[in-house]
Write a protein of this length. Structure first.
Length: 255
């Protein structure tokens, strides 16, 4: 059996600089050495995200006519915008949930969780920086800055924009699947945070009238289906962590 190739530190750095998708994996996937692995849960988390996107596409294509290539582009833009809104809600919710988790812990483990939380904060800042690079490269309000840097600067900004776009799009997907790598803090944080996030998004969709072109019954099932499904998955994930890996909330908080 052939062993996987082990990259040197220099090779990893080169790949990080030139491959935005590899960089996103390094930034947004949990990587704590003693992280409890559960491949089945990780696969279900991925499929949950993919099925949610597929359900959105089917619902939109069913109740919103697509007659041209521009309509397809608008649908893709709408989906990316919705994913970005989910990330923004997650960014706002993350410090609250993590703060409560850390505040409820006792003893020296509190400092350990605070130190681990820096990776999640770093993932948030990296995504914001990528989006800011994209803004600098394309929005009309920064045209004066682009004129100031001249042609070489515009070329550099263009290259950075392409890199940042790949990094951000893939990073948004990884952030939603891995909940901004909060498993690096503790394995029980992602299911709790994901549950809070999805109920917030459902409430936001209901109050803002999202999917208003969809019949009320179908809209209610679609909007409420996501939080119910994620909640069930999160409860099952917590059960597996307790049943097979002996991880409990009381043990995590040292209570």
């Amino acid at each position: 059996m052939q062993r996987p190739r082990v990259l040197t530190r220099r090779q990893k750095l080169v790949r990080f600089v030139f491959n935005p998708f590899y960089a996103a994996q390094r930034v947004f996937r949990p990587s704590r050495p003693d992280l409890v692995p559960d491949p089945l849960v990780r696969k279900l988390q991925l499929w949950r995200t993919l099925l949610g996107a597929a359900a959105w596409v089917v619902l939109t294509l069913t109740y919103k006519a697509v007659s041209s290539a521009s309509d397809v582009g608008n649908l893709a833009s709408d989906r990316l915008e919705q994913s970005w809104h989910s990330v923004l809600v997650l960014v706002c919710t993350l410090p609250v949930v993590v703060g409560v988790f850390v505040a409820a812990s006792r003893g020296p483990v509190r400092r350990v969780y605070l130190r681990r939380a820096l990776r999640s904060v770093g993932a948030v800042l990296a995504l914001m920086a990528a989006m800011f690079t994209f803004v600098l490269s394309v929005v009309p309000e920064t045209q004066a800055m682009r004129d100031f840097v001249g042609l070489p600067g515009k070329i550099a900004l263009g290259v950075m924009c392409v890199w940042a776009l790949g990094f951000a799009v893939y990073g948004i997907g990884l952030s939603l699947v891995h909940v901004f790598r909060t498993a690096d803090i503790h394995e029980l944080v992602p299911p709790v945070l994901a549950t809070v996030l999805v109920w917030e998004m459902a409430l936001l969709d209901l109050t803002t009238g999202a999917y208003d072109q969809v019949p009320p019954g179908v809209r209610l099932v679609f909007v409420m289906g996501a939080p119910v499904t994620v909640t069930v998955l999160s409860v099952w994930e917590t059960y597996r962590l307790h049943r097979y890996h002996r991880l409990t909330l009381r043990g995590a908080l040292r209570r």
